[in-house]
Design a protein around this ligand. Structure first.
Ligand code: LMR
Length: 392
């Protein structure tokens, strides 16, 4: 039977990690997978995480099973940051469960939506490639629209048309902040309009918040999610701590459900538990427990917020430097200055992307997505110069 399986290509983004690792050139630049890097090019463990992990080692007295919901202290501790200090559970209408990373959370939102009868999910493209893979794997139809125009701005007309073409039983997937891959986010005024349009059409919102704190700030980055939740009766939210706590390989995430009342909420969650049990039984504990220990301790929380602030500041400094460079060959870098988060997309052809890799040791996704945090004082001039040569 197994020989019936066809060869599959490696995941293009994850394969880049390996390709870059094997490149012997000393001046190679990794702008591939989305991890934060310091000005020295490192992705260190947060100081707050190290301290929390130490506390965990010293105090944890059992590794016995939890339930499919994982560490509910972790799930609840995040809620004021996502939904606001003022009634984060919206009078008992929001509850969550821990998931293996943001990917586990997205998968569970789609699986739950499907169980609830959703057959189609409206989503702007380009998007994080794994979104479409998850939809495909769960046999949910993707109804796409253009996220942004060539002018580097959100294509609101395309979004309006997509929402207005929605049918009963459709969901819509939106990036909460730091759009992956474009870095082109909705303004607050656009979120106000989107929230009203989704509510009027009766679509189920699925909100993916994977980079909170890496855009304009923790509170600012939650504007869209909160606005949509204020407008609609029900929603699903996928949350990742993999970037804003630097927990990537520890897989720390959560799904939150907002339902019209606590009775429906309870029922939805039992479906989440059943789906989790059948997929991964329960999420890995360590990372979630470390995040909980940070959020339970004001000193560690302050340390984490400070580290997050340093990341955000560095990302915006690199963006400012790119924007100040203006033109690199045929590429206009100025829009990168007002985009958000780790990523932007450069309008390069596949050949140009390949030449940057083979001739200049510059690694980026095949879509032209660059991880801004891969640029440092030591390599940004080379990057701009090589970009100018290749894009001519
Ligand atoms: C990325 O987009 O680079 C990250 O979200 C990592 C991943 O899992 O794809």
């Amino acid at each position: 039977m197994l020989s019936n399986l066809e060869q599959q290509p490696a995941d293009a983004l994850l394969a880049l990690i390996k390709l870059h690792g094997e490149d012997p050139r000393a001046d190679k630049i990794d702008l591939g997978v989305g991890v934060y890097r310091t000005g020295q090019g490192a992705t260190p463990v947060f100081g707050a995480i190290k301290a929390a992990e130490q506390k965990l080692v010293d105090t944890q007295d059992s590794k016995s099973y939890l339930g499919p919901e994982g560490d509910m202290g972790f799930v609840h501790a995040l809620m004021p940051y996502i939904f606001g200090q003022d009634d984060p559970a919206k009078g008992g209408r929001i509850e969550g469960m821990q998931t293996p990373g943001g990917t586990g959370a997205v998968r569970l939102t789609v699986a739950l939506a499907k169980r609830a009868g959703v057959g189609r999910i409206i989503m702007g493209l380009p998007s994080w490639p794994n979104h479409a893979q998850i939809l495909g794997d769960l046999a949910v139809e993707l109804v796409s629209f253009k996220h942004a125009g060539t002018d580097g701005k959100v294509d609101m007309d395309a979004l309006r048309a997509a929402i207005s073409g929605g049918q009963s039983g459709d969901a819509i997937m939106l990036h909460g902040c730091c759009h992956n891959p474009t870095g082109i986010d909705y303004s607050n005024a656009q979120w106000d309009e989107i929230a009203a349009l989704i509510a009027a059409k009766g679509l189920l919102p699925i909100l993916d918040l994977a980079y909170q704190g890496l855009g304009a700030g923790l509170e600012e980055d939650a504007y869209g999610v909160r606005k949509v939740l204020d407008a609609v009766p029900e929603a699903l939210i996928a949350y990742s701590c993999d970037k804003n706590f630097g927990m990537y390989r520890d897989r720390v995430g959560a799904i939150y459900v907002m339902a019209e009342n606590s009775e429906v909420l309870g029922r939805v969650l039992t479906n989440g538990f059943a789906l989790a049990r059948a997929a991964w039984s329960m999420p890995p504990d360590h990372g979630g427990a470390a995040v909980r220990l940070i959020l339970e301790d004001p000193g560690l929380t302050a340390m984490w917020l400070d580290e997050l602030d340093t990341m955000r500041t560095r990302i915006s400094q690199v963006r400012a430097k790119l924007a100040a460079a203006g033109q690199a060959g045929s590429i206009d870098l100025t829009p990168l200055g007002h985009q958000n988060g780790l990523f932007s997309v450069l309008p390069l052809s596949s050949e140009q992307i390949q030449t940057l890799r083979s001739d200049h040791g510059i690694y980026m996704a095949g879509s032209g997505r660059v991880n801004i945090a891969g640029l440092t004082a030591g390599n940004i001039d080379k990057f701009i110069a090589d970009l100018a040569v290749v894009s001519g």
